[in-house]
Design a protein around this ligand. Structure first.
Ligand code: DC
Length: 231
């Protein structure tokens, strides 16, 4: 059977990663969250005191960054290990400072080009569930199944709030909500590869659906695609 590619796009905290992780394990596919790459470039810029407004310097960092994503070796809720120059930065790339600056970094054409190239190489190997903002539209337009997972901004902010509390951080839900609104605005209005559903994407809304409901619907879609391929 031909190897299959599944693209999952949508705004922050819509449940994309959880869905993709579950789908990948049910289908025996690789789970690949492309957001970690933009987050790692952002962290590398912050760590080296490079102003994120400096497009040339940030792009240079993106082009040489030693980045690796591996199956998790620590059981602390992580979905993968993210290694930057050999160092485990899995949680550091989720810090508020990275949240605040990642949309700016992911706007730069040179950064997107470098990341898209690496993502396509991995995606074209097949048997992959790839998650991001532009997978169905730019990275893997030939994907066999494209899902756009949406949810209200309030539901998404609330999920991030619960996640942060669960990790022992003291956070304010209104600050998270405002940050999320701003990130939605930047991600969907940027000129290059903005967040939007591909014309042939199936749109699912997880506002009122449980994780399991979303998973069941997506798995049914994936099974349909698989059967069509075998017919
Ligand atoms: O999914 P996430 O919150 O980890 O993504 C972090 C940022 O990276 C998000 O603000 C948009 C950007 N991103 C992108 O532009 N394209 C992707 N394919 C994935 C993420």
């Amino acid at each position: 059977m031909k190897a299959r590619m599944i693209a999952i796009d949508g705004p922050a905290a819509s449940g994309k990663s959880t869905l993709a992780k579950n789908l990948a394990s049910a289908l025996g596919y690789l789970f690949f969250d492309t957001g970690v790459m933009y987050r790692a470039v952002t962290l590398a810029a912050l760590k080296s005191d490079t102003p994120v407004e400096d497009e040339v310097a940030v792009t240079a960092i993106a082009n040489v960054l030693d980045l690796d994503v591996q199956p998790p070796r620590t059981d602390d809720g992580r979905q993968c290990d993210v290694l930057m120059d050999g160092e485990d930065v899995t949680w550091e790339i989720r810090s508020p400072a990275v949240d605040e600056n990642v949309s700016q970094v992911s706007m730069y054409p040179g950064v997107r080009e470098a990341m898209t190239r690496r993502q396509r190489e991995i995606g074209l190997r097949g048997a992959v569930v790839m998650v991001g903002r532009d997978i169905g539209t730019v990275v893997l337009p030939e994907a066999d199944l494209k899902i756009y997972l949406d949810a209200s901004v309030e539901a998404r902010a609330n999920r991030r709030y619960e996640e942060s509390l669960g990790r022992g951080n003291s956070v304010n839900v209104d600050v998270i909500l405002e940050g999320m609104r701003e990130r939605d605005r930047l991600d969907s209005t940027r000129k290059l590869a903005p967040l939007r559903p591909a014309d042939d994407a199936v749109i699912l809304d997880s506002t009122k659906l449980s994780i399991d409901d979303v998973f069941k619907r997506a798995l049914a879609l994936a099974e349909d695609v698989r059967q069509q391929g075998e017919a």
